[in-house]
Structure formats: C-alpha cells, structure tokens
Design a protein around this ligand. Structure first.
Ligand code: SF4
Ligand code: SF4
Length: 175
C-alpha cells in the first residue's frame, strides 16, 4: 500500500512538473512579439551569426581559375569556364563561374583551398526562384557588387544575369 501511494505521489508530481513547463512556455509565447515584429523580414534582413554559411560571395576580379574549389566540392556543383589568357597576360581568363544550388549543401569545403581568397560563404539565406534554372547562379555574369559586394544576391539579379553572355569583368594587361 505504501509503495502504491508513493508511486501515485511520484506520478502526480511528475505530471505537475511537466504541465508547469508547458504552461510556462505557453504564457511566454502569448507575451512575446512575433518574429516579423523583431526583424521586419523581408524589408530588413534577419541577422545571422558571423560564421553563417549562406549563398556564396565570389570575386571574379581575383579568381585565377585554378579549379581548386571545384575539385574540393564533394558534390561537383561548381562549373568553371575559362580561356587561356592572351600574351602578355598569364594564366586564365575566367568566363563563367556557375554554382548549382540544387546540389550545393553549403559545406564550405570550396572556400578553404582557394589560394587568393576570392570565394566565401555569404550571409544571404533566401534565393527563391520559379524554376530550377534560377538555382544555377553564374557569378561571372552577375554585377560585381552583387556577386562580391554589399548588394545582396537576389532572384531578380540572377534572372537578369541569364541574359548576359559575356563575363562582367575580364582582366587586362593594366591589371
Ligand atoms: S559549399 Fe560545399 S557543396 Fe556547395 S559549392 Fe562549396 S564545396 Fe560544393
Ligand atoms: S579556388 Fe579560388 S581562384 Fe581557384 S578557381 Fe576557385 S575561386 Fe577561383
């Protein structure tokens, strides 16, 4: 009998403790502001942690077309088009730098091997598109301030870049 009473008391206390936690969070969720009140998304971007791995940032003006990032990619979703540079220039001229975001898993393994630090994981996390074509982003056809600078990678810029046939920047003998 004593054991039975102890079990009943224990069960009641356990349920009460569980219900207290549930009630506590229920009241908190009633009191707190909604997500959009804090961040006003999409008008203002949601802040992310410094090491957040969002859509890439890529600098066409420093890329040397060495393919190290493409070779490091575990899912082979980086496609680099390049031509041999005409003398007196050396190396390659990068004419296309595509990343297929239907395959990319945002692992950042492409970032570390880059010898000139021209590819990074950015802080942008939204790139909604109407078709799969919009998921393949050619960074060599995006305006430099979108691909590398402060302007955000966005569906409109990606859509516009599909109409561009030549890279937005090519290296010249002057630098
Ligand atoms: S983040 Fe990972 S999966 Fe995406 S392109 Fe870089 S290496 Fe490939
Ligand atoms: S590793 Fe860097 S320099 Fe080499 S192709 Fe990739 S982005 Fe360009």
């Amino acid at each position: 009998m004593r054991t039975w009473l102890r079990n009943v008391r224990l069960a009641t206390a356990t349920i009460a403790r569980g219900m207290y936690v549930t009630l506590h969070y229920f009241v908190q969720s009633l009191r707190r502001k909604s997500f959009t009140q804090f961040f006003e998304y999409p008008e203002k971007p949601v802040p992310v942690r410094p090491r957040y791995r969002g859509f890439h940032r890529f600098d066409l003006t420093t890329c040397i077309g060495c393919d190290k990032c493409a070779r490091a990619c575990p899912v082979d979703c980086i496609y680099i088009d390049k031509d041999k540079a005409a003398p007196p220039l050396k190396g390659f001229v990068v004419t296309g730098f595509k990343i297929d975001y239907t395959k990319c898993m945002f692992c950042a393994l492409c970032v570390d091997p880059c010898p000139v630090d021209c590819i990074f994981m950015g802080s942008n996390h939204d790139l909604s598109t109407f078709g799969r074509d919009g998921c393949v982003v050619d960074y060599a056809k995006l305006p430099l301030e979108v691909a590398w600078g402060q302007a955000t990678l966005n569906p409109t810029a990606v859509h516009e870049s599909k109409r561009v046939s030549l890279p937005v920047w090519t290296k010249s003998a002057g630098g």
